[in-house]
Design a protein around this ligand. Structure first.
Ligand code: 3NM
Length: 217
């Protein structure tokens, strides 16, 4: 489907460290209701079988709304379930390898934590990057916050859709946008909010009201 990532502003993650697999379909529906543009399934420490089965269940929901579903880490799941993409980290599969294992046309995203890694991901052929963690976050412990200072430069120098990530909440989103972010991933800020759909809608509104929207990607 090669979803038009340039139109995607808000990326949500169904992260099994915050919710149970049984809750995941309800969460995915709330994300869609809130206008989230891309959904990832992330289950660090969960088995491939369990993730593949949950991915199939979530894909039955996301595909009805043409919301791309991205699987974290496990490119082999893209052979079992018609997910739209795979997201890899710095210590995981390379972009090409993820594409090869997936065996078909897929969106491949890559986590990057420095300007250099962001440029390398572009050279490597990633379709989009995550850039962070902007703030320290319990969702990805052991990673130092990179702050907001490089956001403008990464947007100038890397010609890919860039999703800023890490510790982003509704409260600090205006500051993140002011630093130059156009697209963000929010995990705990959505999964721990009382009304996920309302929080997502509010975040979308902030993102689309920003004047960064003039950008091409
Ligand atoms: N990747 P929250 S930060 C999954 O910088 C993830 O690559 C990051 O969760 C990176 O919104 C992160 O709860 C956690 O901080 C994002």
């Amino acid at each position: 489907m090669a979803a038009d990532l340039k139109d995607c502003r808000l990326y949500g993650i169904v992260d099994l460290s915050y919710i149970t697999a049984a809750e995941a379909p309800r969460i995915a529906r709330a994300m869609i209701e809130g206008g989230i543009d891309l959904i990832q399934l992330r289950g660090k420490g969960h088995s491939v079988e369990e993730l593949a089965s949950l991915a199939a269940e979530l894909h039955a929901i996301t595909s009805q709304h043409a919301t791309p579903l991205i699987i974290n880490d496990h490119a082999e799941i893209a052979r079992m379930v018609n997910v739209e993409g795979v997201h890899v980290g710095q210590d995981d599969l390379g972009v090409e390898e993820a594409r090869r294992i997936g065996g078909r046309s897929l969106l491949i995203g890559k986590s990057t934590h420095t300007l250099g890694q962001a440029k390398a991901a572009e050279t490597e052929g990633a379709d989009y990057i995550g850039f962070g963690p902007l703030f320290a976050t319990p969702t990805k412990p052991n990673y130092a916050a990179i702050g907001l200072a490089d956001i403008a430069q990464v947007h100038r120098e890397v010609n890919l859709p860039i999703f800023c990530i890490g510790g982003i909440k509704l409260t600090n989103l205006p500051e993140v946008i002011a630093a130059g972010a156009r697209k963000v991933v929010i995990v705990s800020g959505l999964l721990q909010s009382k009304d996920l759909a309302a929080t997502a809608r509010a975040a979308k509104q902030l993102l689309s009201a920003s004047d960064n929207r003039n950008s091409k990607i």
